[in-house]
Ligand binder design. Structure first.
Ligand code: ATP
Length: 301
């Protein structure tokens, strides 16, 4: 079942075409990622989808509702992570959750939310006194207070330490298991790779690729890099293998770029010639490589 359909969405700010004929579908129960460089139009898109901004053209349906005319109904059924926003400084963590729950048609139990997002020990702490990571956890928790059917998370793990990131990913996976659909706007390639069932790569207001993280990478035929060390000097034959695109040597360190089953073929040829390096390894292309190939830009810039 399609939970979100965005069809030929357009949105301009004066002379800036922020979103230009953008289309995608989000299916029930998936974690759908929107990846793109700064200014690609991700936030504008997600704001239009949530009914926070009016589109100039195209159609959007979320849970069968039109966000432009049924935003009130929609807000009862979706959750949204606050971004760069702050709560009153003296508001305590538990009070913030109770406040948001008071507006929800189907609020979840506040203690359960505090426990799930590891906020129990902070329940009486004022918002002002929270660290960046703790605030982030609170913003995520608040997105789930109204038992949303679809939740929008923007830069989910910004400011979290590596352990907290992994714990957050695990919780989001559990939330998917509970049947909630998740839309994730992210700059983090590893997050998209680890968490998302499908990813839309957005650039200059358009979707330039949409697939599972694995198929995005595989579909581009990007090279893998095989590395190993050897003192053997006669390796020119390696470059003649069909799968090998190039070879570089720095002392004993060998680096081979190639596509397809490059590791298996290089390994078997080396062994056949009695060269058995102990450190043979392969670096497969990642979503980051795919992103660079698709947009020509580093996502962090
Ligand atoms: N309120 C606004 N007024 C004018 N221009 C805007 C406004 N909001 C966004 N823009 C412009 O529209 C384009 C898309 O912005 P948007 O915030 O949707 O991109 P984004 O992909 O979310 O970027 P980022 O990753 O930096 O948050 C950018 O060129 C931006 O400068």
């Amino acid at each position: 079942m399609d939970v979100i359909t965005v069809d030929h969405l357009r949105k301009a700010y004066r002379h800036v075409m922020a979103v230009d004929d953008l289309s995608f579908v989000v299916k029930a129960g998936e974690i759908f990622g929107i990846l793109g460089p700064n200014g690609a139009g991700k936030t504008t898109t997600v704001e239009c989808v949530q009914g926070l901004r009016r589109a100039d053209g195209g159609t959007i349906r979320v849970l069968g509702l039109d966000p432009a005319t049924q935003a009130g109904q929609l807000r009862q059924r979706i959750g949204s992570q606050l971004q760069d926003s702050s709560l009153p400084g003296r508001l305590r963590v538990a009070e913030a959750i109770e406040l948001f729950a008071a507006f929800a048609r189907h609020p979840v139990d506040c203690d359960e939310i505090l426990a799930r997002w590891q906020l129990r020990d902070l329940r009486n702490q004022a918002f002002d006194s929270l660290s960046g990571g703790q605030r982030q956890r609170l913003f995520i928790a608040l997105a789930f207070v109204n038992s949303p059917e679809v939740v929008f998370l923007d830069e989910l793990t910004q400011g979290l330490d590596p352990q907290a990131r992994r714990a957050t990913w695990e919780l989001i996976r559990q939330i998917r298991q509970d049947g909630t659909t998740v839309v994730l706007v992210t700059h983090f390639m590893d997050e998209a790779e680890q968490l998302c069932d499908r990813v839309a790569v957005v650039d200059r207001g358009r979707v330039v690729a949409l697939d599972t993280p694995q198929r995005l990478v595989d579909g581009l035929g990007l090279p893998s890099v095989v590395r190993f060390s050897t003192s053997e000097t006669d390796l020119g034959w390696l470059e003649k293998l069909d799968v090998v695109e190039s070879m570089a040597r720095h002392g004993d360190a060998i680096e081979i770029r190639g596509t397809g089953p490059v590791l298996a073929l290089v390994a078997s040829e080396l062994v056949a010639r009695n060269i058995v390096p102990l450190d043979l390894r392969v670096e497969r292309p990642t979503v980051e490589d795919a992103f660079l190939a698709l947009t020509g830009r580093d996502v962090r810039r």
